[in-house]
Each structure stands twice: as structure tokens, then as C-alpha cells.
Design a protein around this ligand. Sequence first.
Ligand code: PLP
Length: 217
Amino acid sequence: MVKDKLAFIQNQIPENVTLVAVSKTQPVSAIQEAYDNRQRVFGENKVQELVDKFPLLPKDIKWHIIGHLQTNKVKYIAPFVSLIHSVDSLKLLQEINKQALNNSRIINCLLQFHVAQEETKFGLSLEEAKEFLDSIDFALLKNIRVVGIMGMASFTKDTNQVRNEFQTLKNIFNQLKTEYFPAENSFKEISMGMSGDFQIAIEEGSTIVRVGSSIFN
Ligand SMILES: *Cc1c(COP(=O)(O)O)cnc(C)c1O
């Protein structure tokens, strides 16, 4: 079952776009089935759930944290997490840096931006991001690498609105690239698009899509 749905999604993703299989709430057996069908990148939104699953699954899986991350939980994932999508404050980035240093690692991160209409979605405004990117405190962080941005579109049937929000994210990416990361080839990721809207996201320049329910449910 997972096999067929996964293949259906994989076939729609261009080679230059990374598919994150969002496995939150899914049992280890379903993740293993996806792994057995060539999927290597998985996303979880809860630290405890990820920490429970991690030892039970193959070691070459790249684990992404996609959900809101509390600073006091960073230490549990710092030894192995491959990408943190949901950085929404300098304080969180400082904690990731500290825990990365403790593990002698550099941890890749995305800055999460709020572009949707819903009040509840986490994320920075462009002004907030610029404020901390301009700070000395940010310049001091040597064990994190900001490799791009992440965002979620509104949950709506209005595809024009969804497309507009993805364009806003792409514009934010372009501005940050020009102003802060012009020489850094690693700053290249735009994580946008989920089960309901990943095709539009790819058309608008997504490099990472996060697909859960279309694969696992
Ligand atoms: C759950 C989740 C997804 C996947 O959503 P689906 O609609 O199930 O594909 C993507 N991104 C985030 C941040 C999520 O929490």
C-alpha cells in the first residue's frame, strides 16, 4: 500500500527536488516499507516521536524535523538530525548551535517564514529574519548552516492564493540570497509544498516538498 502511493508521488517529483516523506504518527513498519522502496528522507514534527523511532530504523535515513521545535528539546536530536526546517528565532538557532558544537557537528537549518493567512502557523516575517541575520550574535554561530527557507501556504481550495503565498516565499528566498548569502552555494533550499499543494509549490520553485498523507494514509 505505502509502496504504491509512494511510487505515485516519487514519479511526480523532478530530480532536482527532494521528497521528504512525512512519517509523523506512522508506525516504524510503514517507514520501513517506504525505506525498502528507496525513500531515504523522512520528516517528523515531534522530537519524542523521532527519538523513539530513530534507533529502530536504518542508520542511513536522513531525518528532518519539520515541526515547531522547543529549545529544551534540541539536545535530543542534535546528534543525528539532518535538517531542521522550523527555525523561527535567534534563540532557537543559538541553542542548535550550542548542541551542534557539543556533538562536533554543523547542523543544517532552514528559516521558517509565515506567509499563510492562518494565525496559528509559526514562522518569521522578513523583517524579523533580517534583524537577527544582521546581528553580531548571528555572525558568531559557527556550528549551524542556514541552507534556505521553509513555509506553509494557507489551507484553502483557492489555488491562486496558495500560488501567491509560494511566490512570496520564493521572493523572500531571493532577497535573503542577494543580501546575506550571495557567496554561499549551500543557501539554495526552499522547503514548500505538502500533499495538497506540492505540484504548485514545485512550479513556483520549491526544492524540498514535505508529503505525508498522500503517502501513508
Ligand atoms: C504534517 C506536515 C506536512 C505533511 O502534510 P500532508 O498534508 O500530510 O502531506 C508537511 N509539513 C509540515 C510542517 C507538517 O506538519
